[in-house]
Design a protein around this ligand. Structure first.
Ligand SMILES: Nc1ncnc2c1ncn2[C@@H]1O[C@H](COP(=O)(O)OP(=O)(O)OP(=O)(O)O)[C@@H](O)[C@H]1O
Length: 306
């Protein structure tokens, strides 16, 4: 894979708190979604990619280089943070020009750079004379994006940019990102709702508890989730006879019976879990408890796709 971001056995700890735990993955060029519930490690990963944090162990490269204290590399990355820290009394051009000037651009040049960025972020010119404090959420998001792309980076990183936007706002913002991608930029965009990014991203990295649960396209993600759910633990009066009963119905890929404990691997997890009382009927063994080992992961996935 021709990857732009590559993590190898990457960990990042905040003291004893785990941010990312031994993750390895690659992100190809294009638009990639970084998805996972709150606290999964998305912002930690973004801070590592943008050089704000250093790995505790393992390695992370962007365009083949380590980002920490790498000014040349960081000039190729644009970052749109989750937090909204826009100066509400300034107009967008004033703010963007000031930022460009601080970064070393001559004052004269800052005007055309800032205007170009606002146009690419599709903030209508009619609003340029208004103060940012009067802007809607969607307009502020465009100013933040303009800030991230003003220096024409090759990679644009956006932390939860769809948060608080209505469906129309999300679709419009997605179109802007697609346009940037068509113009040759790669994009890494995070969200805790997979559904928000499904229309936009060609690939995904799915995080939870500081680990990569799955990566690839949408089909790969769903396949992984189904694989998670195929192991079921049962406590019953007679594990061997229940296993034989389920086996005779052709429901199992495998099983492990030990006294009252039975672990089964089922062929079709969703169908099995939907109809489990039917599958057990006709067997003398009494079932006390049934647990899908990876139900927690599946339910996280379901929550994110809703
Ligand atoms: N500065 C910090 N100090 C201590 N722990 C932190 C710090 N930043 C993040 N963490 C912890 O690291 C873990 C990963 O957090 P992170 O912010 O990367 O997740 P996230 O997926 O971005 O979540 P969210 O969507 O809520 O922003 C969490 O347990 C979080 O509490």
């Amino acid at each position: 894979m021709n990857s732009i971001i590559k993590a190898e056995e990457l960990s990042c700890f905040y003291g004893i708190v785990l941010g990312l735990n031994n993750v390895s993955f690659e992100v190809p060029a294009g638009i990639t979604g970084l998805v996972g519930p709150n606290g999964a490690g998305k912002s930690t990963l973004i801070k590592l990619v943008t050089g704000q944090l250093a790995p505790s162990s393992g390695s992370l490269t962007v365009f083949g280089e380590r980002p920490r204290n790498n000014k040349a590399l960081l000039s190729q990355i644009g970052y749109c943070p989750e937090r909204e820290q826009l100066p509400k009394d300034l107009r967008p051009l004033d703010w963007l020009r000031a930022l460009a000037s601080v970064s070393g651009t001559s004052w004269k040049e800052t005007k055309s750079l800032a205007e170009k960025a606002l146009r690419r972020a599709r903030l209508p010119e009619i609003h340029w004379k208004k103060r940012i404090g009067t802007y809607s959420k969607g307009m502020k998001q465009r100013v933040k994006l303009a800030q991230a792309i003003m220096h024409d980076p090759k990679l644009v990183i956006l932390d939860e940019p769809m948060n608080g936007l209505d469906p129309m706002g999300r679709a419009e913002f997605g179109d802007i990102l697609k346009e940037l991608n068509e113009a040759g930029k790669s994009i890494l965009v995070s969200s805790h709702i997979l559904h928000e990014l499904e229309f936009l991203c060609s690939g995904f990295v799915m995080l939870n508890w500081g680990r990569v649960l799955a990566s690839g396209n949408q089909i790969d993600l769903r396949k992984t989730v189904v694989e998670w759910s195929d192991e079921i633990s049962i406590r019953c009066s007679d594990a061997s006879s229940l296993a034989a009963h389920l086996q005779s119905k052709g429901l199992l890929r495998g099983f492990l019976a030990d006294g009252m404990d039975l672990t089964i691997w089922v062929n079709e997890p969703e169908a099995f879990l939907a109809n489990w009382p039917d599958h057990f009927s006709g067997c003398d063994a009494e079932v006390y408890e049934l647990r899908n080992k990876n139900q927690a992961l599946s339910s996280i996935f379901e929550r994110m796709t809703r």
